[in-house]
Design a protein around this ligand. Structure first.
Ligand code: ADP
Ligand code: ZN
Ligand code: MG
Length: 488
């Protein structure tokens, strides 16, 4: 598999231009035009009815939930939601499309003119051309069935699953930017609960349009469309390969053809599939069985007010409200769950920056090792918050806390309970501490002498020895106090 990054000489002369078309399955319980359940992995051809099978005389009824999820996505992508849109038939023949057409939108889509801001210093803005609704087709199955070397099987369960297609402007200029755009898009859609965007289940699918032009040129080159990109890694690989292919073609005197190409996972190459089909090939016409979709200002506002805070806004708020570093804010808003966890820990009394460190550091390592999501963390957010505030108050050393957290993770208990059971209570008792301090000072006369001669840096060494002698259980603040008293 070739995954070489683009060579510099390719990019000094030519500039890639990329636009993505992303299909997202809406997280509704039922299909877009009938009440069949949307269910992944059901026995083939069990979730079907006359409507989604396209039997003669069956009439589609538009799902309100599907429209509201599509509206949510459009609003979150800063689109103008049209008060009037309509469905259109997109006609083509395919074995997994029993109606002989897809119900899509064409000249009057749900929403237009949005954008996605990429995170990072440049905050580059990628335009969203339009968002429209359509139904999904079924699936052809080529493997795992009797005589599948001779037959193709068809599963129509997916027919009528609600989709939105999000078309971007040709605003991206590198495979990395395309990757960042798709990442941000996925994050937004998951955040607002429009879709789980599980690429392995086909809930997020991406086609990439790419062309190259000589640097400095203002006209775009001819694009090719690459299909079948079902992971972020494949998107990047396919783009890198396709850009190189186009540049080599042009350099050797050839011309890029407008066509649809398929990414081959095995070879990492793209291969021509068919010359580009045009809108007129689909014989679009308004869907006669559905009335136009009218969206009132009132309905739009209702959906808008139900939307949670978006990741970009939350990121900024985490920086301004909690004083987090940009990077931590980004990690802590990568999912809604991790952001909620962080804020719950802060509400439980944790210093925000320390809480951020513990969540992105030790806790996240424990979660990773046990394959758990943060929403299933055995250490509850309040317990983490308490742990962090114990440290901040000086009731617990950072070192002890590092030993405590895995035990809290194992048992689900709060810090105090684990400390009591394991005898990890911090030694704050003045008498016991004083004994340890005296012993350490007596054992290190040279360092004591140096300190008295003004070499204050040895204080750190002495504190370290005391912590060690107490097996990490001494209260660092109390140790500091005692030393100050003893050394003058
Ligand atoms: P078509 O009519 O061929 O479907 P569209 O104008 O609808 O083309 O664009 C489809 C996608 O291709 C969009 O995401 C758009 O940003 C992208 N695109 C359009 N022109 C180019 C180009 N010259 N190079 C790269 N991407 C492009
Ligand atoms: Zn149905
Ligand atoms: Mg198009």
């Amino acid at each position: 598999m070739s995954s070489v990054a683009l060579a510099d000489d390719v990019l000094t002369k030519y500039e890639p231009v990329i636009g993505l078309e992303v299909h997202v399955q809406l997280g509704t319980k039922t299909k877009i035009f009938c009440t069949c359940p949307v269910e992944f992995g059901a026995a083939p051809n069990t979730n079907v009815c006359p409507v989604c099978l396209g039997l003669p005389g069956a009439l589609p009824v538009l799902s309100r939930q599907a429209v509201e999820l599509a509206m949510s996505a459009a609003i979150a992508l800063h689109c103008r939601v049209n008060s009037f849109s309509r469905f259109a038939r997109k006609n083509y023949f395919y074995p997994d499309l029993p109606k002989g057409y897809q119900i899509s939108q064409y000249d009057q889509p749900l929403a237009e003119h949005g954008y996605v801001d990429l995170p990072g210093p440049g905050k580059k803005r990628i335009g969203v051309t339009r968002v429209y609704m359509e139904d999904d087709a079924g699936k052809s199955l080529h493997e795992g069935f009797l005589d599948s070397d001779r037959y193709t099987y068809v599963d129509l369960n997916r027919c009528g699953t609600p989709l939105i297609e999000i078309v971007s402007d040709p605003d991206m200029r590198s495979p990395d930017e395309a990757y960042a755009y798709l990442t941000e898009l996925k994050q937004v859609l998951q955040y607002i609960g429009v879709s789980d965007c599980d690429m392995e289940k086909g809930q997020l699918r991406c086609d990439a349009n790419v062309s190259v032009r000589p640097r400095g040129a203002d006209k775009f080159g001819t694009k090719a469309e690459v299909k079948n990109l079902n992971s972020f890694r494949f998107l990047k690989m396919a783009l890198e390969h396709e850009i190189e292919r186009q540049v080599e073609l042009i350099e050797s005197g050839g011309q890029v053809m407008q066509e649809t190409r398929l990414f081959n996972v095995e070879t990492g190459n793209t291969v021509g599939m068919r010359s580009k089909e045009h809108a007129h090939d689909y014989r679009y016409f308004p869907e006669p069985d559905l009335v136009p979709l009218r969206i009132s200002e009132h309905w739009l506002n209702e959906v808008r007010t139900r939307l949670p805070e978006l990741p970009a806004g939350r990121r900024e708020r985490f920086v301004s409200q909690y004083g987090l570093r940009e990077y931590d804010a980004q990690v802590l808003t990568s999912t809604r769950e991790v952001g909620d966890y962080f804020e719950a820990a802060v509400r439980a009394g944790a210093d925000p920056r320390s809480a951020a460190n513990w969540i992105t550091g030790d806790l996240s390592a424990l979660l990773k090792a046990s394959g758990k999501e943060i929403s299933a963390s055995p250490v509850r957010a309040e317990h983490l918050g308490q742990l962090v505030s114990l440290i901040t108050r000086g009731d617990l050393s950072g070192k002890l806390a590092k030993e405590l957290l895995p035990k809290m993770f194992e048992t689900g208990e709060p810090a105090a309970a684990v400390m009591d059971r394991e005898g990890l209570r911090q030694i704050s008792d003045a008498g016991a501490l004083e004994q340890i301090v005296d012993d350490v000072l007596a054992a290190n006369p040279k360092q004591v002498e140096q300190f008295k001669n003004g070499k204050t840096a040895v204080l750190g060494f002495l504190v370290g020895q005391i912590m060690k002698a107490s097996r990490g259980q001494a209260n660092p603040a109390a140790v500091g106090e005692l030393l100050k008293k003893k050394l003058g």
